[in-house]
Design a protein around this ligand. Structure first.
Ligand SMILES: Cc1cc2nc3c(=O)[nH]c(=O)nc-3n(C[C@H](O)[C@H](O)[C@H](O)COP(=O)(O)O)c2cc1C
Length: 625
């Protein structure tokens, strides 16, 4: 370190040096050090691999002219979280899954020294049973297109030089040769829309801020990411922090801001650590600070750690939080571009939005428009979770169908179960059904069916899911997270949750469904901020597409999926029962009777649905009927 990059020429020289260093690394072993893999011990694997490879440079037999150097690197998230800890070996392109420290010796002896594959560590397709040792051939990866995630899992996020080798800071260098308006025009022409949920055109947002004639302006990167199950932004910040900083710098230059804030929740310690390191390294190289690359542009980046409230992701609440106030939203207008942080024009963009910017500047608007759809160009990252074979972080072109995402990338439904629904867009999103599987994933087509891409949460559910319980779960989340400032959100979400709870408790009435709809539309129309405005979405979409399930709960007092405890009716399957009496012995209310070696009988009137008999039965004979 210590090298100052104070001109485009110096940047190119640093890139060339970094590129040569990486070229020398004839073997690169990348160990995933995203939060998930770190939690499953990937750092110990990295340490063991470093130790085991330190003296073997010349012994490698599969590279013709011998091995110059072996680089053992920790990287950002590879995305395939369910299969972690992950280890990728280049140039073979091999990906090993569920690796342990005990596998290290075999990896070194077999794959590193001889270039041979260890089949047992390769990914095995859960449905076809096919083995895929090469990463890019695994269906999970094969169907993805990566822009925001292009460096995640590929470079060491704590090594600025690796970012430089992959065109790092070239986009800001190019932007600085253009006028601010030219930069805004490229982003406008690219059609990039905000990835934080709303899908607002980024170029237009930048134009509003550029048009404001004020001395002091700010840019903010929104890394709050409070949606349950979502970790797209976290992975980008952890896996490619310099890309986020570079995107923020470009936004700062284009709009006339000299200061950028990155708002990250404190529950993301690894993201905070890597961003801090990236900022201090960029400062040390002169890539942040005064007169960047020898121009008049000066820019600093400040990290603000949030305390982890969902509402703090809302832009006006986020700014209040940075100002040291309680994170509560305020009415718009004025919009942040006019009156933002400390009353100054402010541009707020999501992490993924900003991560797209450097590539658009370098490769052009047309390149970006070639991906995705007419009105939603580019790609989108999703956190795909739930009852799907391959869970993790993915990036696909906009316009892929839900079916392609769930079955081709996600590998289909786990355990040969039937697909039931997909909840898309997190707590503000909607629940879609089998009839929507051929719907394309883009901002407009989803909003037409009452759902939204949101920030990219995608929860796949199988036939054993109770849709009313899903709606109750999301309502509980938004109700807990309501800041309480406006009555409709504070009281409305509470009443909706009470009704949903009543329904899953088996105490709902038909008129509750009507009441739920009435309150939902009032909360949607009258809430102050997006939290309340979108909180009813999961309820409204499930009422629209799964109304019969609500009816079954309130009229028939049945939970079709057999999930809601209060509505479960247990019975004993006479074909499976061996008459061992274990069930009747544990029943606390004497609801089970029978003769030894003959099928027992359960009295549903007496049964208190405690489930003790289910646990006690060795033959799975007690069933929900
Ligand atoms: C309750 C609520 C939570 C939000 N959380 C986030 C978030 O975590 N990250 C984010 O980028 N945007 C979030 N948003 C959207 C932001 O207010 C804002 O629209 C976004 O950061 C703008 O960036 P973009 O145009 O690049 O999407 C949230 C909005 C609401 C109403």
């Amino acid at each position: 370190m210590g090298l100052k990059i104070d001109s485009k020429k110096a940047l190119d020289a640093a890139k060339e040096k970094a590129r040569q260093r990486m070229e020398n690394e004839t073997i690169r072993i990348l160990i995933c050090a995203g939060t998930g893999c770190v939690a499953s011990g990937s750092l110990d694997i990295a340490a063991a691999l470093k130790e085991a490879t330190k003296d073997i440079k010349a012994e490698v037999t599969f590279i013709e002219d011998g091995c110059k150097s072996i680089a053992v690197k920790t990287s950002g998230c590879h995305g395939f979280c369910a299969m972690g800890p992950l280890v990728r070996i280049e140039p073979l392109g091999v990906l090993y899954t569920k690796v342990t420290v005990d596998d290290v010796e075999e990896i070194v002896e077999t794959t590193i020294k001889k270039g041979e594959i260890i089949e047992r560590l390769a990914y095995k397709h859960p449905v076809s049973g096919e083995i895929y040792p090469i990463e890019k051939e695994i269906p999970f990866y094969k169907n993805q297109t990566r822009i925001g995630l292009m460096n995640c899992g590929v470079i060491d996020p704590e090594d600025l030089e690796e970012y430089l080798a992959r065109d790092g800071y070239q986009a800001i260098a190019k932007a600085l040769t253009m006028s601010q308006q030219e930069v805004v025009d490229i982003i406008k022409a690219s059609g990039l829309r905000g990835r934080g949920g709303g899908g607002f055109p980024t170029g237009l947002k930048w134009q509003f801020a550029l048009d404001e004639e004020r001395e002091q302006k700010y840019v903010i990167c929104n890394g709050d990411e409070g949606d349950p199950g979502a970790f797209m932004d976290r992975s980008i910040m952890e896996g490619d922090p310099h890309k986020v900083i570079e995107g923020l710098m470009i936004a700062g230059y284009a709009t006339g801001a000299d200061t950028g804030y990155i708002y990250v929740r404190a529950e993301y310690p690894l993201a905070v650590k890597r961003l801090k390191k990236a900022i201090s390294d960029a400062q040390a190289y002169g890539l942040l600070g005064e007169n960047i690359l020898g121009t008049d542009f000066s820019f600093k980046v400040i990290i603000k750690e949030g305390a982890g409230a969902f509402v703090c992701g809302e832009e006006t609440a986020l700014m209040a939080s940075i100002e040291g106030e309680r994170g509560m939203p305020r009415p718009k207008p004025p919009f942040p571009a006019q009156r933002g942080l400390w009353g100054c024009p402010t541009t707020i963009n999501n992490v993924e939005t900003l991560a797209n910017v450097p590539n658009i500047i370098l490769k052009g608007a047309d390149w970006f428009r070639k991906l995705g759809t007419e009105n939603s160009p580019g790609t989108k990252t999703f956190a795909i979770t739930g009852d799907v074979a391959n869970t993790g972080l993915i990036e696909v072109p906009m316009g892929l169908t839900l079916r392609e995402v769930i079955y081709d990338v996600g590998g289909g439904i786990k355990d040969n179960k039937k697909f039931k629904a997909v909840q898309i867009g997190g707590p503000s999103g909607g629940c879609l059904t089998e009839e929507h599987l051929d719907l394309t994933l883009d901002f407009d087509s989803l909003s037409q069916v009452g759902a939204m891409i949101g920030s990219g949460g995608l929860v796949v559910m199988d036939e054993d899911t109770c849709i009313v319980e899903v709606a109750r779960f999301f309502m509980e989340f938004t109700q807990n997270e309501s800041c309480g400032k406006c009555v409709l959100c504070r009281e409305g979400t509470k009443r909706m949750l009470e009704i949903l709870q009543r329904i899953v408790d088996g105490k709902g009435e038909l008129k509750d469904i009507e009441k739920l709809e009435d309150i939902a539309s009032a909360v949607k129309d009258g809430s102050l901020c997006g939290l309340g405005k979108t909180a009813p979405n999961p309820v409204l979409t499930t009422l629209k597409y799964f109304r019969d399930e609500y009816i079954a709960h309130v009229v028939d007092k049945k939970c079709p999926a057999g999930i809601c405890e209060a509505l479960k009716v247990y019975g004993i399957n006479a074909d499976k029962c061996k008459g061992c009496s274990k069930c009747s012995r544990v029943c606390p209310v004497g609801a089970i009777s029978g003769e030894i070696k003959k099928p027992f009988i359960l009295d549903t009137e007496k049964c208190i649905k405690c489930g003790a008999c289910v646990e006690a039965c060795p033959f799975d004979a007690v069933e929900v009927v």
